[in-house]
Design a protein around this ligand. Structure first.
Ligand code: UD1
Length: 430
């Protein structure tokens, strides 16, 4: 069981390159199942969610090669249409294989997906949508069987909520369906456009991603191609928050500033200076951050729920009262009880969290129980006086490549301790 050990108080100053996007690479790797031949995906981050995705691809019968940040997938011989329970449980995004497997095999068998502990994550929108292509669905206990008796047929779907995963699954299924599919109230996240860019490069006909109505013309087959995954806007935002909380200055290179636009006003409200040049962003923090009136998480282009925990960590050291309202997930405040251990003052009432900023957090021993919540604890540790130990690093490793290395390169004192608790040597005294 590894832990991150942080000696807080250092100002983070320097330059950081940003890894490829987790939320892009997962559906793109799943999409390679639709391509008979060798897909080359570049800029794949070295994170455990990618490892879990590769395991699923191999189980399905794909030949997968990993060389650094490039993953090559040859799906020519893929012949399985199920995903075993243990692989489904490793991450919730495994549900995005559904559209790809059905598109390729005309049938699929999945158990209900796993993932972060951030509340109920139903897949009703995925199931309702897939059914509309003429797929029969049978649910038994935790197993779901999908079958087609005739070729998939394009359809019109209006989502009651712009679900990211459901939009991706519909796109994947629709690529191989006969005729036209139209998705209304589709999610507009940049990662969906990245998925469509990859598929279009393979010969798919997808238009309108990023605009709310997506139109997909089904095609006979997809051809192998090469694609570079977009930079991870959430990782960029996390490191910006780290610099802001430590009164530092960070220069982030090779990002797509438009993707980060929804979080920039929050940093500016806190008193940070942001300058954007081409694909580079520089954040310079003031000596004391100001509070943030209200941040409300919303589907893109609103403020991302995946930045809620990190911004909450930031508000704990802002001068004054800040309010956060989480509208996307009903139980995404698991980090609050851990942030309180640093001395933070946060009250939660339903979906609203109110923070009274304090001058200094104090290092603590904390446990992360989800990816972004875990990142928020690392940020608190960086800003705190004294030593912090963050347990549950496996959640952070799902989405951050070498987080300790990146933060250390900016001047943070962050190391990974791999000591074995069974030896009695694992308890870091803080
Ligand atoms: C994706 C992201 C995740 C991000 C989330 C919201 C990936 C791999 N993950 O997750 O990082 O936090 O978008 O931006 O891209 N819902 C239903 N029924 C469904 C599907 C969703 O009720 O069938 C609800 C969910 O419970 C949640 C909300 O819709 O409350 C948003 O979910 P969705 O957009 O589907 O998120 P994910 O695709 O799971």
């Amino acid at each position: 069981m590894s832990k991150l050990i942080i000696n807080g108080g250092n100002r983070l100053i320097g330059e950081a390159g940003i890894q490829g996007s987790k939320n892009s690479v997962l559906p793109i790797l799943a999409a390679t199942v639709l391509v008979k031949g060798e897909s080359v995906i570049e800029n794949c981050p070295l994170i455990t969610d990618v490892e879990a995705t590769v395991k699923i691809l191999r189980y399905l019968g794909c030949k997968v090669k990993r060389e650094g940040h490039t993953v090559t997938v040859d799906s020519t011989d893929a012949d399985k249409y199920d995903i075993p329970d243990d692989l489904m449980r490793e991450m919730r995004s495994s549900v995005v294989f559904l559209g790809a497997i059905i598109g390729r095999m005309g049938k699929a068998s999945l158990s209900t997906p796993g993932g972060c502990e951030i509340g109920l994550r139903p897949i009703d929108l995925h199931l309702d949508s897939i059914q509309r292509f003429g797929v029969n669905i049978k649910e038994e206990y935790a197993k779901i069987e999908f079958e087609t008796v005739k070729p998939l047929e394009g359809t019109n779907i209006t989502l009651s909520f712009p679900s990211v995963g459901a939009t991706e699954n519909i796109i994947l299924t629709a690529c191989m369906a006969k005729g036209t599919t139209v998705i209304r109230n589709a999610a507009r996240e940049p990662e969906i456009s990245d998925l469509a860019d990859f598929l279009n490069r393979c010969g798919a006909k997808i238009s309108g991603t990023g605009e709310g109505t997506v139109v997909i013309e089904g095609v006979e087959r997809l051809y192998p191609s090469k694609h570079r995954v977009i930079p991870d806007r959430i990782v960029a935002g996390t490191y910006m928050a780290a610099a802001a909380m430590t009164h530092g200055k960070i220069h982030i290179s090779s990002v797509i500033p438009a993707h980060i636009a929804p979080v920039i006003p929050v940093f500016e409200e806190a008193g940070c200076d942001i300058s954007i040049r081409g694909n580079d962003i520089t954040l310079t923090a003031p000596p004391r951050l100001k509070s943030i009136k209200t941040v409300r998480t919303m589907p893109y282009p609103g403020f991302p729920t995946d930045m809620q925990a990190q911004i909450m960590a930031m508000t704990t050291v802002c001068h004054g009262t800040s309010v956060i309202i989480e509208t996307i997930f009903e139980s995404r405040y698991k980090h609050v009880s851990e942030l309180l251990r640093f001395g933070a003052k946060i009250r939660v009432d339903g979906r609203m969290a109110v923070t009274e900023g304090i001058d200094k957090l104090t290092g603590a021993s904390v446990i992360s129980s989800d990816l972004r919540g875990g990142a928020s604890l690392v940020l608190a540790g960086l800003a705190a006086q004294g030593k912090t130990a963050v347990d549950g690093v496996k959640f952070i490793d799902r989405g951050y490549e070498n987080i300790e290395g990146v933060l250390a390169s900016l001047g943070g004192s962050v190391t990974r301790s791999e000591r074995n608790e069974a030896d009695g040597a694992g308890e870091e005294q803080v």
